[in-house]
Design a protein. Structure first.
Length: 94
């Protein structure tokens, strides 16, 4: 499988960061969009574009959609989780 453009949601978490690291080793990667609440991403690679996205805030999702408008994505990885504290009764889960 050839990867040109990829997007990783949850790019700074453990699983997402592992995917980012793996993808950056590939020669066929053209652009990697890294999405996280903080907007941080590896900044030592010109192929990386970081996006601050909080999935509870529709305006940040809209901003991501606008940034990607017209761009074809060959791979999308969703490695997001749900904080127990953001779920009603979630504190009782942990």
């Amino acid at each position: 499988m050839t990867i040109g453009n990829a997007l990783v949601m949850g790019a700074t978490g453990g699983i997402g960061a592992a995917f980012v690291s793996h993808l950056l080793k590939r020669d066929d990667l053209e652009c990697l969009h890294c999405c996280s609440r903080s907007g941080s991403a590896p900044d030592n690679d010109s192929r990386v574009s970081s996006h601050s996205v909080d999935y509870d805030k529709p305006e940040t999702v809209d901003a991501l959609a606008a940034a990607l408008k017209g761009e074809a994505l060959d791979l999308v990885i969703i490695a997001t989780g749900l904080l127990h504290s953001s779920v009603p009764g979630g504190d009782a889960l942990g």
